[in-house]
Design a protein around this ligand. Structure first.
Ligand SMILES: Cc1cc2nc3c(=O)[nH]c(=O)nc-3n(C[C@H](O)[C@H](O)[C@H](O)COP(=O)(O)OP(=O)(O)OC[C@H]3O[C@@H](n4cnc5c(N)ncnc54)[C@H](O)[C@@H]3O)c2cc1C
Length: 343
């Protein structure tokens, strides 16, 4: 007889990989519980909310999509998922234009979760038990199944399987005592960093309506008019800028203090615009593990699954990069665990 714990699955990580895997396993009859160390779900599908007080002392909230600016769907399966999410009001189509009014770089439609980037993961997880602010730092296996621990205390126990849907370096830390060869392989998966600037500047005199520009100045990779994206509500009179440093520049400055990085990115933006912006608020965020390079993957597998131990790993680095790769990796793992392809 199957132990009651066999159908209980702990999913660590509530980004698109963890949320998708949890949803599919729940729909296949598993009792799923999700854990994420952050305050909310979504992972790198993220929107930063800030409080900003204007010169008259009035406080406002502004938001910036400071992780993935959106994503594209290339495989028929992921395109069908995006179309369903669009029909359900969860995704908006986005065809960003560059400052010359052309479709930006790649003409494929982008998809944008609405009203903010985590909305897609929130919807996938809406009726599932999710524990946020739950950093899992150790996994133990005993006769009753898997036990999850944080800072020396047990957070949850008696799971038949554990899914790690977290970036490779974080997965490696959990895998090291359990599956050292997987830990080594995870650490070998490439991930690129990204220093990201978010800023509110006066929009006086700005009549343009482009949304996405690319730069090859050696510092910046892309500049996004966040307030021009569909479904985003800008503060009146304010431009909401998000600028991503290139992976090379970010890697070289990964340990540089945030204040120094902010100054360098503001200067690069001033050169790019041809004039300094009238900034009202600026901050930077360091993504140590922002993107898995396209095509990077763990051999031919889109995920790792050890059926005997009840231990699985998925995420963008295993699935070929990006939101689509993370989703595809989660799909492969849900199929391996349940024996049914969920798509
Ligand atoms: C700046 C930037 C730009 C990007 N641009 C694009 C783009 O243009 N197109 C595209 O497709 N993709 C883009 N991406 C990548 C895309 O966002 C990711 O590939 C995708 O969101 C990864 O999903 P995931 O579920 O695998 O991981 P994540 O979204 O990283 O989710 C992992 C979750 O696990 C949690 N976690 C980690 N460790 C633990 C732990 N020990 N215990 C509990 N919880 C834990 C984290 O808090 C996080 O919520 C971009 C990302 C960034 C940061």
């Amino acid at each position: 007889m199957m132990a009651a714990s066999a159908s209980r699955v702990a999913v660590i990580g509530a980004g698109i990989a963890g949320a998708s895997c949890a949803r599919w396993l729940h729909d296949a009859g598993y009792a799923v519980q999700v854990f994420d160390k952050s305050r909310g779900v979504g992972g790198r599908l993220s929107t930063r909310r800030i409080d900003w007080t204007d010169a008259a002392g009035v406080s406002h909230q502004a938001s910036f999509d400071h992780g993935a600016p959106g994503f594209q769907a290339r495989s028929p399966a992921f395109a069908a998922f995006a179309a369903r999410a669009h029909a359900n009001g969860l995704l908006l189509p986005w065809q960003p234009r560059d400052p010359a009014g052309r479709a930006a770089a790649d003409a494929d439609t982008w998809w944008l979760p609405a009203p903010d980037m985590p909305a897609l993961c929130r919807a996938l997880l809406q009726d599932l038990p999710v524990q946020t602010q739950a950093p899992i730092d150790a996994l133990h296996r005993d006769a009753a199944g898997w036990r999850l621990a944080s800072a020396g205390a047990t957070v949850a126990r008696e799971f038949g399987a554990v899914v790690l849907a977290i970036p490779p370096a974080q997965a490696a830390a959990l895998l090291q005592p359990l599956a050292p060869s997987w830990a080594r392989q995870a650490l070998a998966l490439p991930m690129l960093p990204d220093w990201t600037l978010m800023g509110l500047a006066s929009a006086a005199g700005d009549a343009s309506d482009w949304q996405l520009a690319h730069s090859s100045d050696g510092v910046l990779a892309s500049i996004i008019r966040n307030h021009g994206k569909p479904g985003r509500a800008p503060l009146a009179g304010m431009a909401h800028w998000v600028a991503h440093a290139s992976a090379d520049w970010s890697a070289r400055h990964i340990e540089t203090p945030a204040a120094v990085v902010q100054e360098a990115l503001q200067q690069a933006l001033a050169r790019w615009f041809g004039q300094a912006q009238d900034w009202h608020y600026v901050t930077v965020h360091r993504w140590r593990y922002a993107v898995a390079p396209a095509g990077a993957r763990s051999g031919t597998d889109h995920c790792w699954w050890d059926a005997q131990a009840g231990l699985g790993v998925c995420g963008d680095a295993w699935g070929g990069g990006g939101v689509e790769g993370a989703w595809g990796s989660a799909r492969a793992l849900a199929a391996a665990i349940s024996g049914v392809d969920p798509a």
